[in-house]
Design a protein. Sequence first.
Length: 127
Amino acid sequence: MSRQVIATPKAPAAVGPYSQAIKANGFVFTAGQLGLDPATGKLVEGDVTDQARQALKNLQAILEAAGSSLEQVVKVTVFLKDINDFKRVNEVYAEFFTTQPPARSAVQVAALPLGGLVEIEAVAVAS
């Protein structure tokens, strides 16, 4: 089994003992991404749509660092602090996955790290 740690300065550094992503056996498994600004390490200002957009940009940067892309994503999990934000996050999500979107789950959680409103993780095919 091949296993490679993926790290890029174009996405926020890990805030704990984990990697931004792991590339293994032809797949890329990302850590959950909050709406953190990579330059500051802080949540972007605004609402859940602003955080979702930044989380997806962070995922995109990590996937590209792994030699993959959003087009190669096969599964996404979206964690929401409030399931009532589903529609608003879905609108932002559709900006990033415009054709043949991946399989997806969305769940409400009790809380997210750093007070985030949304966290998104993905599994993609590695190129």
